[in-house]
Design a protein around this ligand. Structure first.
Ligand code: ADP
Ligand code: MG
Length: 594
């Protein structure tokens, strides 16, 4: 199989903390040497080898550099999904590695970890590529607590948790696999905005833990950055990819933490997620085990399905607290890290599948055109010879023509040429014969491949037709369901509810990709609205943005017939975009912050 990639695994050993030293803890069992970690217990000694080993003294910058996270960010820019996740027992340094050192309020982050560094690197790369591609960045932040999903960028209040005691729902979608419904997704324009959102989410994680008496180390968090980009020269070339940064809950045993009652139940639920994750890792790492991995048994593994054994580039950072008393936990972490390193992913570039078919067909057409032009050259060449022969014969027979003298003269000349060059002529004739046979074969092949192409096209058309009918049926069903449920989102989509000062230009997106007539109608309306605009640059920029959004929307909704409403203000100060999709609510970040 092409493009196979093993999950990359790094092991990070944190230093002993001051209070641990004061309590008399020590590290006498763990040694790091090159790519190897050795752990000792009395006479036993076990060694494990990894892609990267990061001893106590390694700084946050070195972690980012040694784990080649910059290259992973480059892959995201190129259209691949990427996941980085931290694994290990509570207190082993997962949050420190992913986020950095946080204060108690979660407002400031010192010694920035992988997440802030990755965000900065991503926006640097976007800037470097901005002349070739137009990028949009969206982010969301969720936590899984007690097998329930909560939005860290929504409002974290007790009431909220009570209203949604089961957390957010998860839905399966053929293309994106598992998606969380109604998760807030924010569009961000700069690294600062994304970091601000990340801090807000982390703060909400802490607030929730205080207000609702949850323990933040008991939740798994996923910070997701989604990137959509369009080629500026070829706007049909649209790619979308996501970067998932995961901080898992601790993998400690109940006996160590001495938890009881509700906390013990939580531990079991957390361990259920981690237990399923371990099962998935164990099954996937064993190539002889043909069992289907139980992704669906926990929320965490559902959401990490593409990352582990799927189509992403994946980096696991296994964290270790070097205390001698944590020997069992550390061995377990190292064993799972070793298993994870055997898992193979097949990263796939996420460009538009329709575009791929179009490009393949275009390539085939180009090849056929080339062959056709070669065949035409041959045919022209051969018909010249036939003409020449016919002319010679005509000259032999047409003695009665009016310009008889001239023809006779020509004929004599040709005959002279022929007789003087008889051998050469024979040679030429045999060459012509060979070429004629070649040409006939080529034309035959051409006709054959043409037929194959037509058959393939017919198959694709039939498939498209079938898919389109299915989509229409689903759309209808979806619409009826939402109507029956009295979905407030559906009512919100009504254009009549918009303030009258804002220009409206509404279109329906019915199928993925471009819809030429609707697009033309939409552009016509747009031109009319912007007729008196003195600022041409602004108009061009808005047009580009709108076109891109139409494409992005149509791809995101995958053909669901949802109204897409773009509003642009005539005072040209700010464009407001409010878009409802089945996946959740999305709006400009600035608007949310007001
Ligand atoms: P986890 O998220 O795995 O429960 P934390 O990231 O909260 O663990 O780390 C536990 C404690 O150890 C925190 O006080 C953190 O600041 C400290 N710590 C973790 N890793 C390091 C490190 N590499 N250098 C210094 N302190 C660290
Ligand atoms: Mg933590």
């Amino acid at each position: 199989m092409q493009n196979q990639q093993k999950i990359r695994v790094a092991v990070r050993v944190r230093p002993l903390l001051d209070y641990e030293k004061r309590q008399g803890h020590q590290n006498s069992r763990i040694d790091c040497n090159g790519q190897e970690v050795t752990i000792r217990e009395e006479r036993n000694k076990k060694s494990y080898k990894f892609d990267h080993v990061l001893p106590e003294y390694v700084s946050q910058e070195q972690v980012f550099k040694n784990c080649e996270i910059d290259q992973l960010v480059q892959s995201v820019i190129e259209g691949y999904h990427v996941t980085v996740f931290a694994y290990g027992q509570t207190g082993s340094g997962k949050t420190y590695t992913m986020e950095g050192q946080r204060d108690d309020e979660g407002i400031t982050i010192k010694q920035e970890g992988i997440i802030p560094k990755t965000i900065n690197s991503l926006f640097n790369k976007i800037k470097q590529n901005s002349l070739q591609r137009d990028f949009s960045v969206y982010c969301s932040y969720l936590q899984i607590y007690n097998e329930k999903i909560f939005d860290l960028l929504g409002e974290i209040t007790k009431a909220n948790y009570n209203i949604q005691p089961n957390g957010l729902k998860m839905r399966w979608n053929v293309r994106e696999q598992f998606v969380v419904e109604n998760l807030f997704v924010y569009q961000c324009k700069s690294a600062e905005e994304v970091i601000q959102l990340f801090k807000l989410g982390s703060k909400n994680r802490i607030t929730a833990s205080h207000k609702l008496n949850l323990q933040s180390s008991r939740s798994h968090t996923i910070f997701e950055i989604k990137i959509e980009s369009t080629d500026l020269k070829n706007p049909d070339y649209f790619i979308t990819s996501k970067l998932e940064l995961v901080d898992l809950a601790g993998s400690e045993r109940i006996s160590i933490t001495g938890t009881e009652g509700r906390q013990a139940k939580e531990s079991i639920e957390i361990n259920k997620s981690l237990m399923t994750l371990r099962q998935v890792i164990a099954i996937l790492s064993d190539t002889n085990n043909k069992t289907i991995p139980p992704y669906r048994d926990s929320k965490l593994t559902c959401l990490l399905k593409q990352s582990i054994g799927g189509n992403c580039f994946c980096l696991m950072i296994a964290c270790i607290a070097p205390l001698d008393s944590f020997y069992d936990e550390n061995v377990s972490t190292l064993q799972y890290a070793t298993k994870a390193a055997y898992i193979t992913n097949i990263p796939v570039k996420n460009d538009d599948p329709k575009l791929k078919i179009i490009n393949d067909l275009k390539q085939q057409i180009d090849n056929l055109k080339l062959e056709l032009s070669k065949a035409n050259q041959h045919i022209e060449f051969l018909s010249n010879i036939v003409q020449k022969k016919e002319m010679n014969q005509n000259m032999n027979n047409t003695h009665t023509k009016s310009n008889f003298d001239n023809l006779l003269l020509n004929q004599q000349k040709l005959l002279e040429e022929e007789s003087s060059d008889d051998d050469a002529h024979k040679n030429q004739l045999s060459q012509f014969n060979e070429r004629l046979i070649d040409s006939i074969n080529m034309v035959r092949e051409l006709l054959l491949s043409n037929k194959e192409m037509r058959d393939r096209e017919e198959q694709i058309n039939q498939k498209c037709e079938y898919m389109y009918r299915e989509i229409q049926f689903l759309q209808k069903e979806n619409f009826e369901l939402r109507e029956r449920l009295g979905d407030p989102d559906q009512q919100r989509e009504s254009p009549q509810k918009r303030p009258s000062t804002i220009k409206k230009n509404t279109m329906m997106v019915e199928e993925p990709g471009f819809l030429p007539e609707q697009m033309t109608q939409f552009q016509r309306n747009f031109q009319k609205d912007f007729k008196d605009t003195p600022n041409k640059d602004y108009k061009d920029q808005q047009m580009l943005m709108t076109n891109r959004n139409v494409r992005a929307h149509s791809q995101r909704t995958q053909g669901r017939q949802l109204p897409l409403i773009f509003n642009y203000q005539q005072n040209f100060e700010e464009v407001q975009q409010d878009e409802m999709t089945n996946f959740g609510r999305r709006s400009l970040y600035q608007k949310q912050l007001k």
